[in-house]
Design a protein around this ligand. Sequence first.
Ligand SMILES: [Cu+2]
Length: 335
Amino acid sequence: MNTNVLFIISFLVFFLSVSGIEVHAEQKTVVIPFGAYNPELNTPAEVWFDPPTTSIKVGDSVSWINDDREGHTVTSGQGSGRFGWMSDDFGQADGFFDSGRFFPGDSWSYTFQEKGAFRYFCTIHPWMEGFVIVDPLIPDYPHDAMGNKIEKFPVIEYTNDGLIELDITWEPNVIKTFEKVVLIYHTYDPATNSNLDKMSYDIIITQNGREVFRDSGVTQVGGDYRNVLFEESGPIKIKFENIVSWGTSGIESGAREPPLHPSQRSVQFTAIVYDNPEQTSFTDDIVQPTQTLQFYYEIAVAIILIPAALFILILWYMKSGKPTGLPTGQKTTPV
Ligand SMILES: [Cu+2]
């Protein structure tokens, strides 16, 4: 085969793999732990199916592995609760799925083809209860804080004086707790429809009445980004304040008289954070973009000035000879 053809094929394979065209159904595992057969043995963990709740998407499957020393079933329906079996409650199957009894070391899988919340239990040991949530209450499209579907990105808003246009997108589009979100924003002068090359701003995110994120920045080539993590679900407000555009094309360059002092200039976006069924703690490290120029100037000043000052001090010290005020290490004994 011609090397060019090989190259094109490998490029296509690479492109398809990174573009995520293939959608994989996932398989999740639930372990039936040792001791599940005896409600006393399992005390105080009370975990008969581990994890007790499994969140999946339509088309995914769940595989239950029996690590216990007795046979069990995975049967949809309501179990007896921890002590119900003592008063002859052995649970109620609803007929949606039933593994039948499977033995230690065996496993049983089921593929979920419809949305819903499915309780299940073991018909032999009805205190063993678990839960599968298929496509939990997380939509596959973003919402603003009013619950309106955000039809397209970027979302565009204008500052309260109408002088600056801010466009924002976030990735991933549906924001979940404990999952890193990248906010990417660009600024434009709506009068000329061109990027504002430099704009300083504060970005403040509030959620449930509390400030959960605050930072300042300077857009470099008309844009900037921030990485954000949310601990709680609920609506958020993303507010930009103290917006000053001071590049050559900037509003503050004097071409037009701004009607508002920059400190009063603001713009706000809203979104909703959803509870993440798969993650309940932080795993991502958050790395913010360095505030490039300003930051480096400050560092450079320190790198140059500190050694320079030391050098001058040393020169001065050597020139003035042995300073008189300093102890010489010899003590004069009083007579
Ligand atoms: Cu069982």
